[in-house]
Design a protein around this ligand. Structure first.
Ligand code: TRP
Ligand code: ZN
Length: 466
């Protein structure tokens, strides 16, 4: 039986299982991991260690065919578990190579394996699927998921877009390694995260095999398909640099792309050792995307790239990609740090000092309009006002101001130790805001940070004192 298995709604399944006795001991894993902003994101009951994705895409028909081979470990006895998948048609699901029953409701793909899975057991679930992947419009109105570009497609996943192109445990708390192989019509290129391990053409199609050996959150996984000028170099330290630029953006991007080695060196000096096995970037033509994204090891720029944004997205490799938020509430640990890195770069280049920027932000004359100057006080960075606001100005700017308050309190030497130490302490892991404040207090025992946390990190409105 490999055709569509009977559809059993999760609730009916749960009731049926409760009624069972004897050998059955597992219960269904949860449909989410209780993220305060995206309660259905991710799933309970298991941890993914590896995704092996095989995708075939044809830009003319916009048709995607995929096989997702997912290796996971059960964290409880499981009779069923969910994967997140939005749109697309599921063709077949197996668990440990045996056909599994499955059903779909919204973004939840509920899988009922033939046999229960014991807590602690490693298991492999394979999902075969196909269809035209969706572009997702998020709570904040931004477009992500699977995007059509001038000559192909681009996958962007922050915060929840990656479930539009592969089934998985789509929450930042469950990081995994990835093999992503993308087959496209001959003449096109497919770029993804990590290192290109193989490129093979047969029967008029080319398969590009990419490998990410360090843990990656699914929201920073990417695939870019189209025509690109590809440049492969290495830094002085021998780190591979893979750069793919849409030919129509080549002239606009050249000068900034040439700065990658310099920015990498600056970042390693200031933030600590680079956490991944390769670097680079992708410059595409996705006109309806208004943001760059820190896709792991290979940030994406939807049109041209500028130096400040390059610094921002490369800084995210330390803060966001290597040290990943435990929940979407901890977003300022990404954006506050990446914004602060931009300001540090500017300061080091002889531009405004971070203190000058901080003062202008506090005085309300940093941006050229009153609304933008006001917007940074809308809510505290440690507690965004809703799912639609996790990428709003307070997360970036007031988040950076929290870091600057710490720098004022401890001085430059200790501040650099702190930001490097934070990246080192949670390298390739996850962390939340409470862990950050505890870390700072632990590292600098003689100082009182309580006012910074109370007024700058968690307090409503503009703090009364700068
Ligand atoms: N995280 C991205 C960055 O700062 C920006 C981003 C991604 C974004 N998705 C978004 C900004 C949605 C606004 C809305 O590098
Ligand atoms: Zn950012």
């Amino acid at each position: 039986m490999s055709r569509s298995a009977p559809v059993v709604p999760a609730l009916v399944l749960a009731l049926a299982l409760t009624a069972c006795s004897g050998g059955v001991h597992g219960t269904p894993g949860g449909s989410g991991v209780r993220d305060p902003y995206f309660p259905k994101a991710g799933n309970g009951g298991y941890d993914v260690s590896h995704y092996d994705l095989k995708l075939t895409y044809d830009p003319d028909s916009r048709h995607l065919t995929g096989t997702a081979d997912i290796t996971a470990r059960a964290t409880e006895d499981l009779s069923a578990f969910d994967l997140d998948l939005k749109g697309l048609d599921v063709r077949a699901v197996t668990v440990e190579d045996r056909a599994a029953r499955w059903s779909r409701a919204g973004q939840e793909l509920t899988v009922r394996p033939h046999d229960d899975i014991d807590e602690g057991a490693t298991f492999r679930v394979t999902v075969r699927y196909a269809g035209t992947p969706m572009t997702v419009t998020d709570a904040d109105g931004s477009r992500e998921g699977w995007l059509t570009t001038a000559d192909g497609a681009l996958a962007l996943g922050e915060p929840t877009g990656s479930m539009a192109w592969f089934p998985g445990n789509h929450h930042p708390s469950d990081k995994a390694t990835y093999d992503i192989a993308v087959t496209v019509p001959k003449g096109l290129t497919a770029v993804s995260n990590g290192e290109l391990t193989e490129e093979e053409t047969a029967g008029g199609r080319t398969t590009f095999s990419w490998r990410t050996g360090e843990p990656m959150a699914s929201y920073v996984a990417t695939v870019a398909i189209g025509h690109y000028d590809v440049t492969r170099t290495t830094t002085d330290d021998g780190l591979p640099v893979y750069v793919a630029v849409d030919p129509a953006r080549a002239a606009d991007s050249r000068a900034v792309v040439a700065k990658i080695p310099e920015v990498m060196e600056w970042a390693e000096y200031n933030l600590g050792p680079y956490p991944f096995s390769s670097t680079g970037l992708i410059v595409d033509r996705a006109d309806d995307v208004g943001y760059a994204l820190e896709t792991q090891s290979r940030p994406v720029f939807p049109s041209a790239v500028d130096t400040e944004t390059l610094v921002h997205e490369l800084a995210h490799q330390w803060y966001g990609d290597s040290v990943t938020p435990k929940t979407w509430r901890d977003m300022w640990l990404n954006e506050g740090f990446a914004t602060y890195a931009e300001l540090l770069w500017q300061e080091d280049q002889g531009g405004d000092s971070v203190q000058e920027v901080f003062d202008a932000l506090y005085d309300g004359d940093y941006f050229d309009n009153a609304e933008a100057n006001e917007a940074i006080w809308a809510f505290p960075p440690g507690k965004p006002s809703g799912a639609a606001h996790i990428s709003d100005p307070p997360v970036y700017w007031r988040g950076a101001m929290v870091l600057h308050k710490i720098r004022q309190t401890v001085g430059d030497d200790t501040f650099y130790d702190l930001i490097q130490g934070w990246a080192a302490a949670h390298r390739h892991g996850n962390a939340d805001t409470a862990e950050f404040t505890a870390y700072v207090e632990e590292q600098v025992p003689g100082k009182d940070f309580s006012g910074i946390w109370k007024d700058w990190l968690y307090g409503d409105g503009k703090p009364a004192h700068r």
